[in-house]
Write a protein that binds this ligand. Structure first.
Ligand SMILES: Cc1cc2nc3c(=O)[nH]c(=O)nc-3n(C[C@H](O)[C@H](O)[C@H](O)COP(=O)(O)OP(=O)(O)OC[C@H]3O[C@@H](n4cnc5c(N)ncnc54)[C@H](O)[C@@H]3O)c2cc1C
Ligand code: SF4
Ligand code: SF4
Ligand code: SF4
Length: 395
């Protein structure tokens, strides 16, 4: 039997290429006890065609273009900039795409604040993609929808994690001139189950439903970005990576997908057309620029098709050429390096699965220090008085 076989969870990033390609529809993406999806095969219907193995981006090498150009960039729209994770480069790409008749696919929230892949055909609709959502997105039948559109000659821009882009390209099986793929430098993806447990905790804590989530709010500036959660009853919380339980579980690597600890997609030579990520050091690339703490994006273009697209899309961007090695060295560490595995991960998921409240699990596994809580409480004051920059320099 040639059906897809996952012996080690690290060898599956959940991209859905196998379930999308199966001609007998006998692969279902099924949630495990950590909340991540894996293919499960109904062997009765399997015809041993081997397609699922053939398209798996972890099992096969996908050739990439040797083309590379790198930039730092910022969108010329203040409202978009302040709501984007870094410099709004993605929105510039998405706007140009939509104005040129593309359908854009990206990560958005559904009504319950699960993260799902959706499509947009207007700039108004595409606002839902603004900002990073630090949770693995649900792809559903996105790949099949895209293939059907491409085969009809429609233009598509797909944005997602490097493994989602690689999975899509592998599933499609041939290059399409009418497809642009955009990925990002990817630390890792946290568990949708932990995100759901955290949302339940917030609903109880504030006795209200969630109204909005911004994982990368610039309320205290770009360099001190925070997760801002607004509740329907008007209450709101703004916490950083050392004070918010969910962000801490992500950045301390206890809630991430197993494949992220040995990621197969950590390379500068990518199969997508364009990579966007954070530029934390704008003055290193444009020495006469003052860092106004509102964010810049770093951009790597990996193909000639991507270069032509980026050039046209950059009419609403401030763009500067940037040396690729310097960008990777200072801003793109996770473009080439996987996150470190910690044994605390097993304890974290064990306690979550035992049903212990998430604040108790956090206290036991990744406790939030009093010093950080106090620092968090003074953030508003430090930002308003301009002392935040001094505090960051001292740190
Ligand atoms: C899970 C995750 C991990 C990341 N890790 C890093 C990192 O280690 N280092 C770094 O420099 N940058 C990282 N980024 C990228 C960074 O947060 C910004 O997205 C990037 O700087 C581009 O910013 P922007 O202002 O151009 O666009 P943004 O406004 O951030 O654009 C958002 C784009 O990301 C897509 N998106 C958002 N959430 C998801 C999701 N969960 N799954 C798939 N697509 C999604 C949207 O469709 C849209 O295309 C990560 C992003 C995510 C989602
Ligand atoms: S071998 Fe073919 S039929 Fe069987 S699960 Fe894989 S893709 Fe489906
Ligand atoms: S990585 Fe993608 S194609 Fe490979 S087994 Fe997992 S879901 Fe299927
Ligand atoms: S770290 Fe690698 S495996 Fe994990 S989501 Fe990102 S690209 Fe996929």
């Amino acid at each position: 039997m040639i059906e897809i076989d996952i012996n080690n969870k690290k060898d599956c990033c959940g991209c859905t290429a196998c379930s999308s390609v199966c001609p007998k529809n006998c692969i279902t993406m099924t949630e495990d006890n950590e909340g991540f999806l894996y293919p499960s095969v109904n062997a009765e219907n399997c015809i041993d065609c081997g397609m699922c193995e053939k398209v798996c981006p972890i099992k096969r090498e996908i050739p990439s273009d040797s083309f590379q150009e790198s930039f730092v960039a910022r969108i010329d729209d203040d409202e978009v900039l302040m709501n984007s994770s870094s410099g709004g480069a993605f929105t510039a790409l998405s706007r140009f795409a939509i104005d040129s008749g593309f359908t854009v696919y990206g990560g958005a929230y559904n009504k319950c604040f699960d993260v799902v892949h959706e499509s947009a055909k207007t700039n108004e609709e595409a606002k839902k993609f603004l900002g990073s959502k630090y949770v693995q997105s649900f792809l559903g039948d996105t790949f099949r929808q895209i293939k059907s559109q491409l085969n009809k000659g429609e233009k598509v821009l797909f944005s997602g994690t490097p493994c989602q882009c690689a999975g899509l390209i592998s599933y499609l099986g041939k290059p399409y001139d009418n497809l642009i793929t955009v990925d990002f430098v990817c630390h890792a993806v946290p568990s949708p189950k932990v995100w759901s447990v955290y949302r339940d905790y917030l609903n109880k804590k504030y006795k209200s439903k969630i109204k909005d989530v911004n994982f990368r709010s610039k309320v205290y500036g770009y360099h001190c970005s925070s997760i801002k959660i607004d509740m329907e009853n008007g209450k709101s919380q703004k916490l950083g990576l050392n004070t918010d339980m969910f962000l801490k579980s992500f950045f301390f690597n206890v809630s991430c997908r197993p494949s992220c600890y040995e990621c197969h997609f950590k390379t500068v030579d990518r199969v997508c057309d364009i990579t966007v990520f954070d530029c934390w050091n704008i003055t290193r690339f444009v020495p006469d620029k003052k860092d106004d703490d509102r964010g810049y994006s770093a951009v790597i273009v990996h193909s000639k098709k991507g270069a032509a697209f980026f050039e046209k899309a950059s009419s609403c961007l401030e763009v500067h050429k940037a040396d690729l090695d310097t960008l990777i060295k200072y801003d793109g560490k996770y473009a080439v390096k996987s996150i470190d595995y910690t044994e605390k991960r097993e304890e974290y998921f064990r306690l979550i699965n035992e049903g212990l409240p998430i604040d108790e699990v956090t206290k036991r596994v990744i406790p939030i220090k009093t010093k950080n809580k106090l620092m968090g409480k003074t953030k508003g004051f430090l930002h308003a008085t301009g002392l935040m920059k001094l505090a960051q320099k001292l740190k």
